[in-house]
Write a protein that binds this ligand. Structure first.
Ligand code: SF4
Length: 290
């Protein structure tokens, strides 16, 4: 009966129907080798149809300008208190040195994020501090793509300076930020968030910041931090929210989510069946999640 259900669901996917969250849960719950092989085969067929044999990659360096953070996400081994061993700030010279080295290694993109530090201010403002980070890179390397500052960081800056999300994102775009990392999504389910990242923005705010970025013409990525306390239903809810967001953004003519990143233990082939409209699915790479 269960195998029959899987077959029906896979045929619907092959016929280009959007799977429901309940159907996705059935796929995620499969443990039998034959069913898993059928899911992978279907996902691979759909991937082949969408992308052929083309595999793309970006040579990228992550620069995390500080690890001092006001929050205490339970999964985070990166953050430090200001006076703790290993706490650091990268000054402009160090950021430029890391960027220069990355360019010498053929990097075309810098991903920049950092801890949330209320002391990260320039002339009394948080936004000017972040804009100086952008300028540090873009004035020397104007052609580098800057993938920078998560929805959580946008909310942090807006809160610190009394600005709207659009004002922050607008200023980033004008300074040369090319896209927004979709980190801080973790699992878009507030019951999970209250346990693993209780101080972070909630689901509604994450979606609002990303929707605002799309509306302003800034593409974003999205992440799913899976394999801890979340259930298959919560994983599917997350993917359902991303799919709705993407459909809405594409309908409005925005580029929307250009990549969906799965970190780390949800089967990426099953994920591929459930998220429609994202240009690419990426494997996990080690990066800061704020
Ligand atoms: S994940 Fe980000 S926001 Fe959370 S504690 Fe770590 S650095 Fe701070």
């Amino acid at each position: 009966m269960q195998t029959q259900s899987v077959e029906v669901i896979l045929n619907r996917a092959l016929a280009n129907h959007d799977l429901s969250e309940a159907e996705g849960v059935i796929l995620l719950q499969q443990k039998e080798a034959g069913a898993i092989a059928a899911i992978r085969q279907t996902a691979n067929h759909l991937r082949q149809h969408q992308s052929g044999e083309t595999v793309t990659y970006v040579i990228n360096r992550n620069i995390n300008f500080t690890n001092i953070c006001e929050q205490h996400c339970s999964f985070c081994a990166f953050r430090r208190d200001e006076d703790a061993d290993g706490a650091y700030w990268l000054d402009e010279a160090k950021i430029l040195e890391k960027t220069t080295d990355a360019v010498a290694r053929n990097a075309t993109e810098i991903c920049m994020q950092g801890g949330l530090h209320p002391g990260a201010k320039l002339n009394g403002g948080s936004l000017p501090y972040y804009l100086r980070l952008v300028r540090t890179i873009k004035e020397t390397f104007p052609h580098l793509h800057l993938h920078a500052f998560s929805p959580q960081e946008v909310e942090f800056i807006a809160r610190q300076d009394g600005l709207s999300f659009s004002e922050v994102i607008d200023a980033f775009q004008e300074a040369g930020v090319g896209s927004m990392p979709g980190t801080a999504a973790e699992v878009l389910d507030d019951a999970v968030r209250r346990v693993i990242c209780p101080e972070k923005i909630n689901t509604k705010v994450w979606l609002e910041v990303v929707r605002t970025a799309h509306r302003l013409g800034m593409p974003t990525t999205s992440t799913l931090l899976s394999g801890h306390i979340e259930t298959p239903e919560q994983q599917m809810r997350h993917l359902g929210l991303l799919r709705s967001l993407q459909q809405q953004s594409l309908e409005q003519g925005d580029r929307g989510l250009v990549n969906s990143l799965c970190c780390p233990s949800l089967d990426k082939k099953r994920l591929n069946l459930c998220v429609a409209g994202s240009d690419a699915i990426s494997p996990f790479w080690q990066m800061l999640c704020c």
